[in-house]
Ligand binder design. Structure first.
Ligand code: ADP
Ligand code: MG
Length: 496
């Protein structure tokens, strides 16, 4: 947080998300990341004369998924436009994007900032295509171009200027990453550039309603630097204003190695791009029935999961955030709950069932995730299946085994991939809950003639109960449920 009582920062983020489609946005070339340079190209990617665009259906579907998950208005009619600029990474001389009729407008993204629930409004989400990659050979006079990335579909998520600290910007970006991964539309990997963020930053006198002049920070290519770059820019602007200067509208490039930014160019205006509807692409019309089917099959968002875990299951906010980190983890947890014997959603849970849900969350988040982290494994690589973990929780809550035995069984499950049932049988761990068997064991102890002196002593000193319980437990090879055994022993002794 920039230290100033006088000024407050205002931040708006433009986030590019590379969509995980198989082919590119407007042609059949592969969209996959990497590969030998210029392996994923075709006449359209290279902008060869006569090559015409065909819009990839999946690109539109993914953009709609994101729009719906962000509560946007989805336009049944939108437009694909040419945005002109000349640079070698863009062979056609223009990028296909959306201008004044984007596919999604308005909406918001929700996320947690510490314990506070925050909501940042969106201006729009639009579809566009990515550019190729320039590789400038250091020191030399040579630049190489790889067009593998040219034409890969992107969505650009444009926030309103509603973010009020560098920390909040970081959390917003993390929330977007988590969301696209839950929706299955992108891997959200910032290192490979599937998530890229430009930060618009301005400052204004604290409490003011009008926006200050902004700068645009580019080239923030890792989560680590988002916060740093914005913090640096806030301080830079405060410094300028406090020393009597004025912030100018410009694009600045973040230099992570130096921890500073430098001016790249005066910012261009929309008219510099000569936007025009792409004459080779008809207006983008969305069939309302298709839109409905996308909405109906939309996976739950991390925030919806979180609410469900807090309200339906009664989990702590901490457990809820641990378990909603990844979609695979949520799905694993869902299966644990079913295997633990809980009814599926939306059935409301009884108190006992909520307790069982909390136990399941505990076993997953502290025990299993603990071991997986230690071994550098993800949940999908877990040697303990969700079904086995749920079964274990059930054995413990049905008192077939004790909690302590549970830990022992769990360790073996992790080691050998055996099911809890097999381990419990093999080790003969099953607890005895049958009152008749337990009563018989207790009687054997209290009726033993050699014990009568102790029984007399007990009448003076009830603390000796433990002694009798221990003896009777030994009669059952330690398998009787201790609480039940104590209860029965107490009754038998009081009858003496
Ligand atoms: P452009 O495409 O030219 O960068 P937009 O109008 O689409 O411009 O805005 C881009 C981003 O800049 C948006 O995320 C918006 O929230 C943010 N923004 C606009 N004005 C300001 C401001 N004064 N301070 C901080 N962010 C701003
Ligand atoms: Mg911009």
């Amino acid at each position: 947080m920039a230290a100033s009582d006088e000024f407050e920062p205002v931040i708006g983020l433009e986030v590019h998300v590379q969509l995980a489609t198989r082919s590119k946005a407007f042609c059949g070339a592969q969209a996959e990341y990497g590969g030998p340079p210029n392996a994923h190209i075709d006449p359209y990617t290279l902008g060869l004369p006569g090559a015409l665009p065909v819009l990839n259906h999946r690109t539109v579907e993914y953009a709609i998924r994101m729009g719906l998950a962000c509560h946007c208005d989805i336009a049944l009619k939108s437009e694909l436009s040419r945005k002109h600029y000349f640079y070698p990474d863009l062979p056609k001389g223009y990028q296909i994007s959306q201008f004044d009729q984007p596919i999604c407008q308005n909406g918001f993204v929700e996320f947690m900032l510490g314990s506070e629930r925050r909501r940042v409004g969106l201006a729009r989400i639009h579809i566009e295509e990515d550019a190729g990659k320039n590789l400038h050979i250091p020191g030399g006079r040579t630049s190489l171009i790889d067009y593998n990335r040219a034409g890969v579909p992107l969505i650009e998520v444009v926030s309103l200027p509603e973010i009020s600290s560098a920390e909040e910007a970081g959390e917003y970006l993390r929330a977007l990453r988590q969301l696209v991964r839950f929706l299955g539309i992108s891997d959200g990997n910032m290192d490979e550039g599937s998530l890229r963020c430009d930060a618009n930053v301005s400052i204004r006198p604290r409490g003011s309603r009008t926006l200050g002049q902004r700068t645009e920070l580019k080239n923030i290519n890792s989560f680590k630097y988002v916060q740093k770059a914005i913090e640096h820019e806030i301080l830079r602007q405060i410094d300028i204003v406090q020393s009597g200067g004025r912030v100018i509208m410009e694009t600045r490039g973040w230099d992570a190695a130096r921890g500073t930014s430098r001016s790249q160019r005066k910012k261009e205006e929309a008219h510099d791009y000569r936007y025009l509807p792409d004459p080779d692409l008809p207006p983008l019309l969305i069939d309302p029935l298709w839109l409905r089917s996308i909405a109906e099959t939309l996976p739950k968002t991390p925030m919806q999961r979180r609410d469900q875990y807090l309200e339906r299951l009664g989990l702590s906010p901490y457990d809820a955030s641990v378990l909603t980190a990844e979609r695979e983890l949520c799905e694993f947890f869902d299966r644990v709950l079913i295997a633990a014997g809980l009814p599926p959603e939306p059935t409301e849970l009884t108190d006992a069932q909520r307790t069982r849900a909390k136990q399941s969350a505990n076993w997953l988040s502290s025990e299993l995730l603990g071991l997986l982290n230690k071994d550098n494994r993800t949940i999908t690589e877990s040697p303990v299946s969700a079904e086995s973990l749920g079964e274990l929780v059930r054995y413990i809550s049905d008192a077939v085994i004790s909690g302590k035995q549970g830990k022992e069984v769990f360790a073996k499950m992790y080691e050998s991939r055996e099911t809890p049932t097999d381990i419990i049988e093999r080790l003969g761990l099953r607890q005895i809950s049958d009152p008749e068997i337990i009563t018989a064991a207790c009687r054997k102890v209290v009726d033993d003639p050699a014990m009568q002196k102790q029984v007399e002593k007990y009448k003076q000193n009830p603390k000796l109960l433990g002694f009798f319980v221990g003896k009777a437990l030994a009669e059952t090879q330690g398998k009787a449920r201790p609480e039940l055994l104590s209860e029965i022993m107490l009754r038998l002794l009081s009858e003496k």
